[in-house]
Design a protein around this ligand. Sequence first.
Ligand SMILES: Nc1ncnc2c1ncn2[C@@H]1O[C@H](COP(=O)(O)OP(=O)(O)OP(=O)(O)O)[C@@H](O)[C@H]1O
Ligand SMILES: [Mg+2]
Length: 361
Amino acid sequence: MANVTLRNVRKTYTGGFEAIKGVNVDVADGQFCVLVGPSGCGKSTLLRMVAGLETVTGGEIDIGGRVVNQIEPADRDIAMVFQNYALYPHMSVYNNMAYGLRNRGMAETEVKSRVEEAARVLELTSMLERKPRQLSGGQRQRVAMGRAIVRQPKVFLFDEPLSNLDAKLRIAMRVEIRKLQRRLNTTSIYVTHDQLEAMTLADVLVVMNGGQVEQVGNPLAIYEKPATTFVASFIGAPPMNLMSTRADEIKSQLNGAATEAGILGIRPEDFVITDQTPAGGVALPLTVEAIERVGAETFIYGSREQEEQRVAATPGELPPGEVIVRIPGTEAPAIGARIRVAAIRPKLHLFSGDGRTRLEA
Ligand SMILES: Nc1ncnc2c1ncn2[C@@H]1O[C@H](COP(=O)(O)OP(=O)(O)OP(=O)(O)O)[C@@H](O)[C@H]1O
Ligand SMILES: [Mg+2]
C-alpha cells in the first residue's frame, strides 16, 4: 500500500503544447481518488505520467515516499486498467489473468493461488476456462480488473474503464469497483469525464480544466461549495443555473450581499415554485418553455423575462435567459405558463464576475 503525491507536475508534449500546467494532488494510502474534467483537460496525460508511460516535464511524482520520475513503469508497483482492456482472445480467462505473472517468472503455485483468489472476489470462478468471446461485456471487464488485481500492486490506475459498457452495466460495475477497492484497500486513481461516476466513487475528487486543477476535495463538499463557476456547472446534473447579479431584480433581493457585479448560481433542485419571495433569497418570474418528465422528477426549462437577460458571457454560463428547475414527481405547469420560482438564501452561490472566485456572502 502507498500514498501518491503529485508536486507541481507539468507536461509539455513535443511540439510545445502544455497539457499539464502544474498539478498538486495528495492521495492518502488506501484512498480512491477520481480525476474528472472535460475531454482534453489532461486526465489521461496525468494518469499516464503516474504510470510511467509518459515522461514528466516538471515537478515530482511520489509513490509510497519514493520519487518515481525516472523509474520504469514495470518497477513502479502499479497496475492499470484501460477503457480498451483488450483481453487475449485465444486464451482462457485463467490464462489471461495468469499471463502477466508468468511473464515475470512467478512460480506456478503462486500464480494459481493469486488467480483463484482474484476469480473468487470477482465472481469469475465458474468461468475460468471460458474464452473472452464467451463472456458478457461486464464479465470481460471483470477479467481486465482481475489482471490488475493478481499483480497485487501498491496503486491501481483506471482510465475510463467503464466507458465501453452500456448504461445499466456501467452502474453495476461502478458499484463493484467501489466494493472491490474497499475490500482490497488499495490506493486508486480513477479517470472519468462522467461527473456522476466521479461523485459516487471518489474519496477525493480532483476537478480538472485546461491542464490545471480547479478544485480538490470531498465530492459532497465540492457539490455544496464549488470554488468556481466551472466546477459549479461541471459537478451536478442538470448543471447549476448561473446568471449575472446585475439583473436588477435579483440584485435588490440579495440585500446588498453582492456589492459588485458577480455571478449568482442556483442548482435546479434548489428552486421551488411559489409566489412568495423568501427573506434574503431570490425569486424569478419564468415562462415555461419545455418540460421533461423522467419519472421520479421533472425538469422545467424556463426563460427569464427580458429585463433579466443582460447576462455577461462567463465560463460555464447557461445560454442567456434559460433556467432549469428540478422538481420531484410528475406534476408540472403547462408549456407557456408563467410561473415564479424562488430559492432561499442558504441555497445561493455567489461568484466573482470572472467566475474564478467563490464569494462568501
Ligand atoms: N502525444 C501527444 N502529443 C501532443 N499533444 C497531446 C498528446 N497526447 C495528448 N495531447 C493533448 O493533450 C491534451 C490532454 O490530452 P488527454 O488525453 O490527457 O486528455 P483527457 O482529459 O484524457 O481527454 P479525454 O476525456 O478525451 O480522454 C489534449 O489537448 C491532447 O490533444
Ligand atoms: Mg483520456
